[in-house]
Design a protein around this ligand. Structure first.
Ligand SMILES: C[S@@+](CC[C@H](N)C(=O)[O-])C[C@H]1O[C@@H](n2cnc3c(N)ncnc32)[C@H](O)[C@@H]1O
Length: 264
């Protein structure tokens, strides 16, 4: 499959066309299944809360029955495991709504979890109803294929320990990186230049993952590419990417971002 392309396609079908053991990293930001339960239309001005201050976005791509969500998770993770190199690894985003399912499916498929990272969002939106604590983190699993039960995944330990992460109040240069990352969730102006995605990830977070677990010219697969943030972060760090996004609206934003000259 050609690299440095985002395909407007279902990732499970798209991944079937990719050779086994061929990608160095997968960054998966799947639907969290937050939109369950009604036909309320998404309205930016209301905050319908589901377990914290998570906006119930009511996106059709995020609305599964529990059994279907489990089957969907098994289907994409099986393909991801097949195409990942034994030296590769995979970062998977989630919240408590879905991360337990992702974690269980990884264990069932013998995908080994290397770490669970807590992405602490110190600037997260307050809980307007005042009925819960303010949700201010996401759970990220870092996993590897576990081929022949060997830990062959690439990890740039030097980068993790010695690099400067000036905006992260929990990371000290020269000390080992911990599993809690203090990274503000706001985006730079250029990240929103062509429109917003309701669950868009900041480039600085994705770049940290890419630097930790790949080398220049490696290939990164992004099964749920949304507005193209992971693909753009890959491009800016001289890595190759393959993206899949099922919704034309987001696919169009991602293509504009990738083709924009505004690259750092
Ligand atoms: C959580 S969002 C990803 C946002 C992305 N990280 C960004 O920063 O823009 C998940 C995306 O996956 C897409 N999606 C859902 N199911 C899909 C599938 N089976 N194949 C490809 N894309 C899918 C949705 O349309 C949505 O844009």
């Amino acid at each position: 499959m050609k690299t440095n392309v985002i395909y407007n396609e279902n990732c499970i079908e798209g991944m079937r066309k990719i050779d086994s053991n061929s990608v160095d990293l997968i960054i998966a930001d799947p639907p969290y299944n937050l939109s369950k339960g009604s036909n309320i239309l998404w309205d930016h001005t209301t905050n319908i809360n589901l377990g914290g201050n998570w906006n119930k976005t009511m996106q059709k791509w995020d609305n599964y029955e529990l059994n279907d969500y489990i089957s969907f998770t098994i289907a994409w993770l099986k393909e991801a495991q097949r195409i990942l190199k034994p030296t590769g690894s995979m970062w998977i985003f989630g919240t408590y709504h879905n991360i337990g399912i992702v974690n269980t499916v990884c264990q069932l498929l013998n995908i080994e979890i290397i770490n669970e990272v807590i992405w602490y969002k110190r600037n997260s939106f307050p809980n307007l109803a005042g009925r819960r604590l303010t949700a201010s983190h996401e759970n990220i699993l870092w996993c590897h294929k576990n081929e022949k039960k060997k830990r062959q995944y690439y990890f740039d330990y030097e980068y993790s320990k010695e690099s400067e992460f000036s905006e992260d109040n929990l990371k000290e240069k020269g000390k080992q990186m911990r599993t809690v990352w203090d990274i503000p969730n706001n985006k730079e102006k250029r990240e929103l230049k062509f429109g917003k995605h309701p669950t868009q990830k900041p480039l600085r977070l994705l770049k940290r993952m890419i630097n930790l677990s790949t080398k220049e010219n490696d290939t990164i697969l992004v099964p749920f590419s949304g507005a193209g943030s992971e693909c753009l972060a890959s491009k800016e760090l001289n890595r190759n990417f393959i993206g899949f996004e099922i919704e034309k609206e987001y696919y169009d934003i991602s293509i504009k971002r990738i083709n924009d000259g505004d690259i750092q």
